[in-house]
Design a protein around this ligand. Structure first.
Ligand SMILES: [Zn+2]
Length: 69
């Protein structure tokens, strides 16, 4: 029987999904390293404005809404 004891862990599983490829991770640091190595000069956490400018797919993450004018 499954309990919710690991809810805190699974909640953020693959929370960090790369905007530029299929890469996913649940670790912030892994995501930062990935973008630095593979997508140099691309924003780590693009705002809505950057998402529109770069024609990215919005992910509805907290930082998606930080750049609203
Ligand atoms: Zn990527």
């Amino acid at each position: 029987m499954a309990y919710n004891y690991d809810y805190g862990k699974t909640k953020y599983k693959n929370y960090f999904q790369c905007y530029y490829c299929e890469f996913t991770t649940d670790l912030d640091l892994d995501y930062q390293k990935h973008v630095e190595r593979n997508h140099l000069s691309k924003p780590l956490y693009p705002s809505i404005k950057q998402i529109q400018e770069l024609l990215l797919e919005p992910q509805d993450k907290i930082w998606d809404n930080l750049g609203i004018e």
